[in-house]
Design a protein around this ligand. Sequence first.
Ligand SMILES: [Zn+2]
Length: 181
Amino acid sequence: MALTQDALLDMFRRSGGLLEGHFRLSSGLHSPGYLQSALVLQHPDKAEALGAALADKVRGLRPTLVLSPALGGIVIGQEVGRALGIRAIFAERQEGVMTLRRGFTISENDRVLVVEDVLTTGGSTRETMQVARAAGGTAALEVPFSALLEMSLPTYEPARCPLCASGLAVVKPGSRPTQAR
Ligand SMILES: [Zn+2]
């Protein structure tokens, strides 16, 4: 199933997952926009469709295992694994370091597909790739990369952020007062 960029953006908008304002990203950078993919992925039919679309883009890589960073990557990783008919496991931080827990294993023969929901600087994605390599996989310097949607949202160092300069309060996505649980 092919999902156009427009259809995907529309899916985010209608789920309330395309946020506009002043956000502190997990990378520490500030941005006027943010994709809160959990608001799309909370709908299992949409999650399944996104997983299938992503799986179609990477099937040719012949992965044998999906590895996602917790928590953001777990749902989409599960759906990609479902679409490809392969295991889907996740890495999580233990004392700040991405680690495999819960008895999850990666064998030396596994072709590991790292699946993430949203990628900004790619920092946590690279950490997750390290988990796969540490488990025995041979490290490739360059790996294929696929995304369903690419957006050019500006990001700013806090010290140079025009939104900060304008006095607008910065919020960490997921902890917005309007979304308090
Ligand atoms: Zn700012």
